[in-house]
Ligand binder design. Structure first.
Ligand SMILES: Nc1ncnc2c1ncn2[C@@H]1O[C@H](COP(=O)(O)OP(=O)(O)O)[C@@H](O)[C@H]1O
Ligand SMILES: [Mg+2]
Length: 152
């Protein structure tokens, strides 16, 4: 199998500041990788690009592929990036939980990229989706907190 994550020639500039310079990275299936660096060295910027939440500079012709699919190339996000993002687990530093929703509903938000928009809008998740979310919580020992408000 090809790389799970492949980054090539990635550049990102904020104004006059170059946050990422000609960056290349490859992560193979089953590999566990820690990204280590001083504060401000570009770790979050890189991860946001891999997750398709930020777009690289056009110059340099950088590209990112995840699971064999193109996330972005030469300063353009793939038009299918929303679907791709549904297959990428990204945990934000501040978690970005919705405090007034239950723990289970927060997990179910992970389905939003995969289900029709109207179902997501009304929070109409199928029995199977709820079952999968419960299993995911059980996997990390949180099943008994499923109905609790996330803010607690
Ligand atoms: N949205 C932004 N606008 C301007 N500068 C930014 C932005 N995001 C990050 N930077 C700058 O890019 C550099 C890398 O930031 P960041 O990726 O957050 O570093 P790290 O996560 O390694 O601490 C920093 O100098 C930061 O100030
Ligand atoms: Mg950071």
């Amino acid at each position: 199998m090809s790389a799970v994550i492949r980054v090539e020639s990635l550049n990102k500039t904020f104004g006059r500041k170059q946050a990422l310079f000609d960056l290349a990275l490859s992560v193979e299936p089953g590999e566990m990788v820690a990204l280590i660096g001083a504060s401000g060295s570009g770790k979050s910027t890189l991860l946001r690009h891999v997750a398709g939440l930020a777009c690289c500079d056009r110059s340099g012709g950088g590209s990112i592929q995840v699971l064999g699919r193109e996330v972005q190339a030469a300063g353009r996000l793939n038009s299918e990036v929303r679907r791709l993002r549904a297959d990428i687990g990204y945990i934000f530093q501040q978690f970005n939980l919705v405090g007034r929703l239950s723990v289970l509903q927060n997990v179910l938000l992970g389905c939003l990229g995969r289900i029709p928009r109207w179902r997501g809008t009304f929070g109409l998740f199928s029995a199977e989706e709820k079952q999968q979310a419960l299993q995911a919580l059980a996997r990390v020992g949180l099943a008994d907190l499923a109905q609790q408000r996330a803010s607690t």
